[in-house]
Design a protein. Structure first.
Length: 292
């Protein structure tokens, strides 16, 4: 018999309580939304409570005697542990290549865990046991992370199209994820909805994986621009930040089905950011600039 959401959330709360007892000191474990646990508890105790947000937290893991720390970022789908958690390990003391290798090995290890088993403690233990080699013989020069000679990073710019983007909780997820992954670009709210993210390839891929989970219908990645570089990727960005993009809508703003964006204004915005060619890729037509 398939597990219910309530059964899974009960297990998640038990695991969170166990982790809080294991990491009681300030700064060791941080739940992103302070009210999240209480909302899960209300959902479990009431038949009328709305489905709570996914639990999201981070754990600071000490690595050997190096005094280095790895932050394990955790996002639990509602059906975890019957669905795999989203895990990401990061440390300011690691360069991007080392961090990518660490996460690749962590993902490989976690794929061997049986479905239905609580596994965050196992992930924490794996990081304790296996992270130290990534810190050994690694130095950070003043001014930022080191980069090995000849090491190239891949800069990505992803253009994502959706039939519409309205819900506040979805928009919050989009903006929070972009900020966490150091991505710039924009989110065009309304009908249609368009998202552009640009940054390190691995971060763009992680953004795409997170926002479309578990099953965002009517969304697709229409186009990807990719460049390998040994230089600072910030020089390749077209957008200085991640913007909340909204234009004058046709129809009544309060009626979802009539909330059509002014695509002429959007075309102008793309032209201003050296991206006019994307309009035809997104919509299949060249489009016209908005008349003022």
């Amino acid at each position: 018999m398939a597990a219910t959401i309530k059964e899974c959330l009960e297990l998640q709360l038990l695991e969170v309580e166990m982790l809080l007892s294991m990491f009681p000191k300030e700064g060791e474990m941080n739940v992103r939304d302070e009210d999240a646990v209480a909302r899960v508890q209300r959902y479990l105790s009431s038949s009328e409570a709305a489905l709570p947000p996914q639990l999201e937290y981070s754990i600071a893991v000490d690595v050997g005697e190096s005094k280095a720390k790895v932050e394990l970022q955790v996002l639990l789908p509602h059906l975890y542990p019957h669905v795999a958690p989203q895990l990401f390990a990061r440390s300011d003391a690691l360069n991007r290549q080392q961090q990518l290798q660490l996460n690749t090995r962590l993902a490989s290890h976690m794929s061997s865990v049986d479905t239905g088993e609580l596994c965050i403690c196992a992930a924490v233990q794996w990081i304790k046991d296996n992270s130290l080699p990534y810190f050994q013989n690694h130095t950070r020069p003043p001014g930022g992370p080191s980069k090995e000679e000849g090491f190239k990073e891949t800069f990505h710019r992803m253009w994502i199209y959706s039939h519409h983007i309205y819900r506040q909780e979805l928009r919050k997820k989009i903006f929070d994820c972009a900020k966490k992954l150091n991505l710039t670009g924009f989110c065009l709210t309304g009908k249609p909805g368009v998202i552009c993210v640009e940054g390190i390839r691995e971060n763009c891929d992680e953004f795409w994986r997170v926002i479309r989970y578990p099953n965002w219908k009517h969304i697709s990645c229409k186009h990807v621009e990719s460049t390998e570089t040994e230089e600072n990727i910030d020089s390749l960005r077209l957008f200085p930040s991640f913007e909340d993009l909204q234009f004058q809508a046709h129809g009544d703003y309060g009626l979802r089905n009539d909330y059509h964006m002014d695509l002429g204004q959007f075309r102008e915005f793309l032209e201003q950011h050296q991206s006019g060619h994307i309009f035809q890729i997104l919509f299949g037509v060249e489009g016209k600039l908005s008349s003022k």
